[in-house]
Design a protein around this ligand. Structure first.
Ligand code: SR1
Ligand code: MG
Length: 427
């Protein structure tokens, strides 16, 4: 159970000093941290692009407090961003927990809409998955956990499962997350392919390949087709920003965090973004070999991508057969007429479409993380620019191949082989 407030004083960005007094008023916090805020330890730990994140610890335990700022933290006040993203994050977390299960996302303890503030479970000793992958760790459960998470949230937020009125209400609710969709629409699908103001790349090392990609008509058309799908195919409630920085792990536990980009879009978007981040980690590994060879790690990463897709398909198929209660592919047309084969045919067609589209989304995600505004730490933490570029260049080529050839690639093994081949071709 969690509490919600929406009234009260005007929004004020919190800091480690002001937070204690404000949080003490919230029973859900005092219960978990202890009643006397003078005994709390508060630190700001946010290292993401958008928000403030505090860890509050006291005699009774800890909580995390995430507060939206009225601007993009990465850029500053010159880029205003509405506080309401916190509202969408709260609503997404509640739905994801209901669909994927308790313990797949942080539990929400309190939401204050006016202050754009969510108090949630302090995940400890969890670490951001991306950081673990950079260190060369192989958390054993992530393939299965993330495959299940995607299948369950994407299936159950769609017309395959939800009562039509509820789904349409949700579609309307999340349709207002316009500004965060706008970020993705520009930063992911358009900016990497022209000389956009906030772009940056490892220069001069990548200049030639960047010019090649920007002159690649097939690639630009494909990126725009993916953008069209993203903007127009309101299929299910997406996480909207599902990368390895949006997952916290221990060896025994996997949690998906940060769904502030949630909106109704194509199923393939979440899965494609997620897989792209494992493929990027694969290409980045040679940049982290100072502490030892990463050959095993690289194969493990490809194996995780394969496992996510395999678990996703199996779980999606299970849900298709057991929880298809929405308006699509009615059982009256198939199973009720003893036509289970028809239902399987429709299922396979749907999975095939998700597969083709996820390759397109994965390809553009790779490009934007190397050419756009928001880079990822897998490459950014490689200090030597020559070494970094030698990791980024093949990743860019890989992204281009899977996006442009997405209808001609039929299995995850083919994609993983392509990654091995492109990486082996040298920089
Ligand atoms: C301006 S925000 C840049 C990126 O940070 C978020 O994590 C999203 O990935 C977004 O595209
Ligand atoms: Mg995020």
């Amino acid at each position: 159970m969690h509490s919600v407030t929406g009234e009260g004083r005007a929004f004020a960005a919190l800091d480690a000093q002001s937070l204690g007094a404000r949080l003490q008023e919230i029973p859900a916090v005092a219960e978990r941290v202890g009643p006397d805020s003078s005994k709390w330890k508060i630190r700001e730990v946010g290292d993401g692009n958008l928000n403030l994140v505090f860890i509050v610890e006291g005699p009774a335990g800890g909580v995390v407090v995430k507060q939206a700022l009225p601007y993009v933290r990465l850029v500053g006040e010159s880029w205003p961003l509405p506080l309401k993203r916190s509202f969408f994050e709260y609503h997404a977390l509640i739905r994801q927990e209901a669909r994927a299960g308790v313990g797949t996302v942080p539990a929400v303890y309190h939401f204050d809409e006016r202050q754009a503030l969510i108090v949630m479970e302090y995940l400890s000793p969890h670490v951001i998955l991306r950081r673990r992958l950079i260190e060369g760790a192989m958390p054993p459960k992530i393939g299965r956990d993330l495959g299940l998470f995607c299948a369950r949230t994407l299936f159950q937020g769609s017309d395959l499962c939800m009562p039509t009125r509820k789904r349409k209400e949700d579609l309307a609710l999340f349709a207002d997350n316009v500004e965060l969709c706008d970020i993705t629409e520009n930063l992911v699908f358009t900016d990497p392919y022209f000389d956009a103001k906030m772009n940056r790349h490892t220069s001069p090392q990548l200049d030639a390949v960047v010019a090649e990609l920007r002159a690649d008509r097939d690639l630009k058309v494909e990126a725009q087709r993916m953008k069209h799908l993203f903007a127009a195919k309101a299929e299910t409630l997406l996480h909207g920003d599902l990368h390895t920085g949006s997952v916290m792990v221990t060896d025994a536990d996997t949690r998906v965090i940060d769904p502030e980009f949630a909106f109704y879009g194509p199923m393939a978007f979440d899965v494609g973004m997620l897989l792209a981040n494992f493929w990027m980690s694969f290409f980045a590994q040679p940049g982290h070999e100072r502490n030892g060879d990463r050959a095993e790690m690289r194969e493990w990463l490809l194996g995780v991508a394969a496992e996510i897709w395999s678990v996703f398909r199996t779980e999606f198929a299970r849900l298709w057969r057991t929880e298809r209660t929405g308006i699509l592919y009615a059982k009256s047309l198939f199973e009720d007429q003893e036509d289970a084969l028809g239902s399987e045919q429709a299922l396979n067609a749907m999975l095939a479409e998700i597969w083709t589209d996820l390759l397109g989304f994965a390809g553009v995600e790779v490009h934007r993380r190397i050419l756009g505004l928001a880079h990822n730490a897998d490459f950014e933490t490689i200090e030597d620019p020559d070494l970094r570029a030698n990791c980024e260049r093949p990743a860019l080529r890989f992204g281009r191949q899977i996006a442009v050839n997405r209808t001609r690639i039929h299995s995850i093994d083919e994609v993983n082989d392509l990654a091995r081949i492109i990486a082996g071709e040298g920089a």
